[in-house]
Write a protein that binds this ligand. Structure first.
Ligand code: 48H
Length: 259
């Protein structure tokens, strides 16, 4: 029989290589500069920005595929809309678009995959999927880490204890769920305002305005930011998510200088 591979890899070698490199990365992620909770568009944008500026970034993503709400476009029609203001940024992402009616139209699958690829190609950013953030670590009046469990364990409802990953800043970019902000709010009895009605123009401004540091070391971006401060939802338009991720990265860099 003709052999097609000069360097065949055995079953056990495949397993060994995966275990070795995955756990090397996971162990290294125990202490980082920034943990981004949720790999949606605002989180991935912040990750790329922080990674490009030399910060050690860990993304914890609950689902199998990062990308958050970008993949499905609107009603499963795989297009998203982005404001023309972001034209240069889309070119930087090498993301093709069609200009129509003073706006940009982008294939939503390409949008998701390009955000993921551009963030992860930054060597300083490591993403772990199927990891659910279930709590926060709090030390000396600041959020200093996240408590993480495997998503499979969480879905099965098994009584298995989670692990802690420490960091200087946590970004809650978990979208409508605003997981970390809600955990913080429950623990310190700080009520959140929840998101408001649909209004694309208002919502896009709100999501950038509401991107902020909620507590020492805890930042919110994207729809999570609107859930903290009562911002409008905006439907499948994504310039606000990109600008929110860029703003979050800037605020985090300023904060890290002080700790
Ligand atoms: C780890 C988690 C956890 C957890 C959730 O929803 P996202 O896409 O987030 P944003 O804010 O960057 O983008 C919002 C946008 O997609 C959207 O929903 C818009 C524009 N809606 C408008 C409207 O009117 O509805 O991504 C959040 C990510 C997802 O990948 C989740 O799986 C993940 O966070 N996540 N990751 N631990 N506990 N909870």
């Amino acid at each position: 029989m003709t052999k097609h591979f000069l360097n065949p890899v055995t079953d056990v070698k495949v397993s060994k290589l995966i275990l070795k490199h995955y756990f090397e990365n996971l162990t290294d992620a125990l202490i980082s500069d920034v943990i981004i909770v949720g790999g949606g568009p605002s989180g991935l944008t912040a990750a790329r920005e922080l990674g490009n500026s030399g910060y050690k970034v860990v993304i914890m993503e609950r689902k199998l595929s990062p990308g958050g709400g970008t993949w499905g476009g609107s009603m499963s029609f795989n297009k998203v809309v982005i404001q023309k203001d972001l034209k240069d940024y889309l070119n930087e992402l090498e993301l093709p678009f069609i200009e129509d009616e003073d706006a940009l139209v982008v294939d939503s699958c390409l949008f998701a995959s390009q955000l993921i690829s551009k963030a992860l190609k930054t060597q300083n950013v490591k993403l772990f999927n199927l990891m659910t953030v279930v709590d926060l670590e709090y030390t000396n009046n600041a959020i200093t880490g996240v408590v993480v469990n495997n998503t499979g364990i969480e879905i099965a409802g098994l009584h298995v204890d989670p692990m802690v990953f420490q960091t200087k800043a946590v970004l809650d970019s978990t979208g409508h769920d605003a997981i970390a902000a809600n955990i913080y709010s429950r623990r310190v009895q700080l009520p959140l305002r929840k998101e408001h009605f649909m209004n694309a123009v208002q919502g896009e401004e709100d999501t950038v305005n509401n991107t902020k540091m909620l507590a020492n070391g805890l930042f919110v971006s994207g729809m999570a930011a609107n859930n903290v401060d009562g911002g409008s939802r905006m439907g499948p338009i994504f310039g606000g998510m990109i600008k929110s991720g860029l703003k979050a990265a800037k605020l985090i860099m300023e904060y890290i200088k002080t700790v």
